[in-house]
Design a binder for this molecule. Structure first.
Ligand code: FEO
Length: 395
């Protein structure tokens, strides 16, 4: 069922309450999600994006109940990833000649996924426009690397809606569609988790893109992303948050992340937490056992942190695979302007702390020289290393 967003602009997507993982198993979903597609019914009928592949038949059936598919004058493919293009193949079998407006890179990604079908592509660039009748225009804005090279946003004049695709989205199912109807706490958390885990590597580009959008001087009444709540109440709040988050964001927080074999490294993690509170009572301290914590939630905590401490015992002349796997993910996300320290127990060879320091440097962290390296089970005198470690981490 189509649902009005504003005037002749409708939502026609899929609210995905059942979704638990995204990007394979790489992104955890805790509160459902949605794939937001939009239908504009002016003199021209325009479809913006579709839904994920598993929902393609339901999507096309729903669309057919709302409109004659042959009345669709054009399709805007803001992004080729299959959570938005998944119904395109099924749809194009029914209306094969329909023009598809997208970036040059989206032609590559769509043909790469669905094959060369001879679709009627119209390649657009930033600033290109399309008249849709009743005095309204669509304006296209390339959003290269936000988060794929093929991404773009589409703006409709007079209604002043920015269809931002993945940018400004959240993996959050909001049946009522709009941000003012959503649970604010969950929505803001999911928006930050989305940024930390998907957009943070492109933060520098995002800062430039936000300026470019602002410089276009387009009034924005609604930001309609392709996942989660549509920002109709104070829509610029999410743009302002993105500007903050993209600028090496941090709060007065230190996050301690560790895994442990026989609880020795865990004891050091807890001692570090106590010492941080002793030295800096206002600093928020959070401690997570990696193997018992969602890795994406942990990245949200890292994004909020000014420093992290990472711990692992030495095993196999290296560190636990849970920690090395997580550190590889940490490196991908390219956090900036954060300190880090390493800790861990050892019994035979003792490489975990220097290895952790190397991994953390490689991930772009400013790593302190001090490490808390403890021989076998931590004893009272071993904790004497902790105050200097924390002092350096907080400095
Ligand atoms: Fe990049 Fe929501 O797909």
């Amino acid at each position: 069922m189509k649902r009005r967003v504003k005037n002749n602009v409708y939502w026609i997507g899929y609210i995905d309450w059942e979704l638990k993982h995204f990007h394979g198993d790489d992104y955890s979903i805790e509160h459902g999600s949605s794939q937001n597609a939009y239908l504009i019914e002016e003199e021209k009928t325009v479809l913006i994006d579709t839904v994920w592949l598993p929902h393609r038949f339901e999507f096309v059936e729903n669309l057919e109940k709302e409109i004659d598919l042959n009345s669709i004058d054009c399709i805007i493919a803001n992004h080729g990833e299959c959570d938005h293009s998944g119904a395109l193949n099924t749809l194009m079998e029914k209306i094969p000649g329909t023009p598809i407006y997208c970036t040059a890179n989206a032609v590559k990604s769509l043909e790469g996924q669905y094959g060369k079908k001879g679709w009627n592509f119209h390649v657009v660039k930033t600033g290109d426009t399309l008249d849709i009748g009743n005095g309204k225009q669509l304006i296209f804005v390339e959003m290269r690397m936000l988060h794929w090279p093929d991404s773009m946003a589409t703006y409709i004049t007079k209604d002043n809606i920015l269809f931002s695709n993945d940018a400004f989205g959240q993996h959050y199912a909001v049946e009522e569609l709009f941000n003012d109807k959503a649970d604010q706490c969950v929505m803001n958390h999911e928006a930050m988790k989305y940024f930390a885990n998907i957009l943070n590597p492109y933060a520098m580009l995002l800062t430039r893109k936000l300026k470019e959008i602002t410089d276009l001087n387009l009034p924005i009444d609604i930001i309609a992303p392709s996942h989660g709540a549509i920002w109709r109440k104070d829509p610029m709040q999410i743009v302002e948050k993105y500007a903050l988050w993209a600028d090496a964001y941090q709060e007065d927080q230190v996050t301690i992340v560790y895994d442990t074999m026989w609880n020795g490294t865990e004891k050091i993690a807890h001692a570090i937490a106590r010492e941080i509170t002793k030295q800096s009572p206002d600093t928020v301290v959070k401690v997570f056992n990696l193997s018992k914590t969602d890795k994406n939630d942990l990245m949200t905590e890292v994004m909020k942190s000014k420093a992290i401490a990472v711990g692992s015992p030495t095993v196999g002349n290296d560190i636990l695979s849970s920690v090395s796997g997580w550190l590889a993910f940490l490196k991908q996300l390219k956090f900036k302007n954060k300190k880090a320290g390493a800790f861990g127990t050892w019994g035979w060879s003792g490489e975990s702390v220097p290895h952790l320091q190397t991994y953390l440097k490689d991930a772009g962290f400013d790593v302190i020289d001090e490490g808390v390296k403890v021989y076998w089970t931590p004893k009272e005198e071993d904790f004497e290393m902790v105050p200097a470690f924390v002092e350096s981490l907080l400095k």
